[in-house]
Design a protein around this ligand. Structure first.
Ligand code: DGY
Length: 331
């Protein structure tokens, strides 16, 4: 004998999400057929909690801090769809999901422009020493106007190297073109469909590192990119160069970044992503004056987070109800 709740499909939402998205989910997945559990606490569930809760769940709505791999997948006896409210999917073992017939959906597109805005904001904040300047006002370090005080480095008319000319890379390049920058890029393939007025030049990684004034990875984290910014990479960069990482912290060997900044192998860096996140407040990276650290806010506008949440909700619902996902990671 099965009680009616045993026959209902279980859905798990791992965190608090914008109401537009939870309303959408509750409307489309009626309580007569679905049992929807949403983690009620402000912080998302731990890996331990997720691996317990995943048992019997068919639809999972998650965010990038939920590791959907290893033990979590081993316990996922009924899982059909993983919908992540992020464009990145390095927190999900997609290969293993595919092997188990689990569909994975993500949220590309809707965050592209917002993230590109943040890339420019962090780049400008770093090269124009915005944090240091604002701090100087508060600390009383601001004295009379001086010709060489708080001087930074120009972004406009500089050479910028972009690693990965995907959606976000292109939106960044479009902004940089308006700043009169020379655009270099590298990646798996030369892109033949870039606007010709950008005059973007496809180069190899070594050329990009050794000639760029600004080095901007815009690629996902995967086996090919993880640890890409080692001490060797920083050594190839110009002492006057600026490094900006808005992708994933694990692209960077943080010991190497510390050394590169401390020993002035590069001029400055700005990072929106770290290992771990959050970065402990006593982390030695935070002692560097030439490093600006932001707390993973690339897509953080109310409009964009709403769009991401809703898109992830649509992916979840379509995955459970047998429709096509708006964006599917595995085929
Ligand atoms: C993503 O979507 O992968 C970002 O890291 C958060 O917007």
């Amino acid at each position: 004998y099965m009680s009616s709740s045993d026959q209902k499909k279980k859905v798990l939402i791992t965190c608090t999400i914008p109401t537009v998205a939870s309303d959408y989910i509750h409307q489309r997945l009626p309580s007569s057929r679905y049992e929807i559990e949403q983690w009620p606490h402000e912080d998302t569930m731990s890996e331990e909690e997720l691996s317990k809760k995943i048992v019997d769940v068919e639809g999972l709505y998650c965010i990038l801090v939920n590791k959907v791999k290893g033990k979590v997948l081993d316990n996922a006896n009924k899982l059909k769809i993983v919908s992540t409210m992020s464009v990145g999917f390095d927190h999900i073992d997609v290969k293993e999901c595919t092997r188990r017939g689990i569909v994975v959906g993500n949220t590309p597109g809707v965050l592209t422009e917002t993230t590109a805005d943040l890339v420019l904001a962090l780049t400008l904040a770093t090269c124009r020493r915005i944090n240091e300047s604002a701090e100087a006002v508060k600390s009383g370090e601001w004295g009379a106007w001086k010709p060489e005080w708080m001087c930074g480095k120009d972004l406009h008319s500089s050479t910028v190297g972009i690693i990965g000319m995907g959606n976000i890379g292109r939106s960044v390049a479009r902004r940089l073109h308006a700043f009169n920058c020379k655009i270099l890029y590298t990646g798996k393939n030369e892109k033949r469909d870039l606007p010709s007025e950008w005059k973007a030049e496809y180069v190899d990684m070594n050329t990009l590192l050794s000639t760029s004034d600004f080095v901007l990875p815009q690629c996902p984290s995967n086996d090919e990119t993880r640890g890409m910014f080692s001490i060797d990479a920083f050594k190839k960069m110009k002492p006057s160069s600026v490094f900006i990482n808005t992708t994933r912290g694990d692209l960077v060997d943080q010991e190497a970044l510390y050394e590169a900044l401390d020993k002035k192998m590069i001029l400055a860096a700005g990072i929106d992503v770290t290992t771990p996140e959050p970065l402990p407040v006593d982390h030695k990276l935070l002692t560097l004056k030439n490093l600006t650290v932001l707390p993973h806010v690339g897509s953080a506008t109310m409009e964009t987070r709403g769009r991401m949440a809703l898109l992830a909700a649509e992916n979840l619902v379509n995955g459970l109800e047998g429709g096509e996902l708006r964006h599917r990671v595995n085929t």
